[in-house]
Design a protein around this ligand. Structure first.
Ligand SMILES: Nc1ncnc2c1ncn2[C@@H]1O[C@H](COP(=O)(O)OP(=O)(O)O)[C@@H](O)[C@H]1O
Ligand SMILES: [Mg+2]
Length: 312
């Protein structure tokens, strides 16, 4: 099954999705990024590049600055100094909706969708690409009906690709936890991004759900040729699917490179409290639909670019 229309090599990756902008998938370059919160330096002169068409992992202990970095890239936080370059633009100067228009979509770490059907949630993701105005939509003019049908077909295609086909018209509230996380990812993909930011996409999942999700993320990269920046604590998953890894500790970059090298880097091992970086699946965490831990707090579809993890 395919949802992509692009070539198979990153070099040749021109998108035929006009909504996301013409030309090849751009690199994302974080340049000397510093973020201070009063006295605290959350990011300290951080630089790294997400190459087009790759899965790039951002890892590090709690409080290392990973979410802050995501929040700056998606326009939620302002940088104190430095730049984030993408498609000839400095994202640190743009509002979240402008960044989304450039083809940057993100998922939210703490979200568990509860409202509407899978289709409803995915159509929200299509909203950015909808041309018909409110009045035309309300009047159900023929061209808007056609446009809506086209968007629904594309949403169904993306749902199928993520294994959500049979659930398309079902309420998200009744789905298993892992499937709801998949809906969240499908919603972001419905924006036809060229850069997808995934914030802990397998948090709270069972090992089998984790493996399946890892395989899905790799398939998304391969089929769509988009770049994926992923924050994830599951080292086994990172080592399996990441093309490149950036490691933060106390806001500073301590290592950057291919996963094999990162895994054996002394600074990385020491940042993880002397524990060798695991390449096996961690123990299962609780993962039920009614779990109310921090990773699975109930939330509706976000209508702002702000997530709830900053408060944790
Ligand atoms: N909005 C904020 N106000 C004040 N401090 C913050 C804010 N967001 C993050 N921080 C602080 O910045 C540091 C990095 O946090 P964060 O980026 O959430 O780390 P990580 O995602 O790697 O666990 C932490 O010390 C955190 O308390
Ligand atoms: Mg975080």
């Amino acid at each position: 099954m395919s949802i992509g229309t692009t070539a198979t090599t990153p070099e040749a990756a021109t998108t035929s999705r006009p909504d996301s902008g013409p030309g090849p998938v751009p690199a994302l370059t974080v340049e000397n990024l510093t973020v201070r919160f009063s006295g605290l330096v959350a990011l300290d002169d951080l630089s790294f590049t997400v190459a087009p068409g790759t899965i790039h992992a951002l890892i590090g202990p709690n409080g290392a600055g990973k979410s802050t970095c995501f929040n700056v890239i998606s326009g939620v936080y302002r940088a104190t100094a430095g730049a984030v370059r993408y498609a000839d633009k400095d994202l640190t100067r743009l509002a979240p909706h402008r960044i989304a228009q450039l083809g940057v979509a993100r998922t939210f770490q703490n979200i568990v969708l509860t409202h509407g059907t899978v289709a409803d949630n995915l159509m929200l993701g299509r909203h950015r690409l909808t041309r018909a105005g409110f009045t035309a939509s309300a009047l159900r003019l023929p061209h808007t009906v056609r446009e809506q049908r086209r968007h629904r077909e594309r949403a169904a295609e993306i749902a199928d690709f993520l294994g959500l086909g049979p659930a398309f018209d079902k309420p998200v509230g009744g789905l298993a936890y892992g499937d709801r996380k998949r809906v969240e990812m499908a919603r972001a993909l419905c924006m036809e991004p060229r850069l997808l930011l995934l914030d802990e996409p397998v948090a709270g999942m069972h090992p089998t759900e984790r493996s399946a999700m890892a395989e899905t993320i790799a398939r998304v990269r391969d089929a769509l040729n988009i770049s994926i920046l992923i924050v994830e604590h599951d080292m086994g998953l990172i080592m399996r699917i990441a093309d490149s890894v950036t490691v933060l500790d106390f806001g500073r970059l301590i290592a950057d490179g291919p996963p094999e090298r990162i895994q054996n880097d002394p600074a990385v091992i020491s940042a993880y409290l002397g524990t060798p970086v695991q390449d096996t699946e961690p123990e299962p965490e609780s993962a039920t639909a009614t779990d109310t831990s921090a990773d699975t707090a109930e939330a509706t579809v976000p209508d702002t670019e702000r997530d709830s993890e900053e408060t944790s």
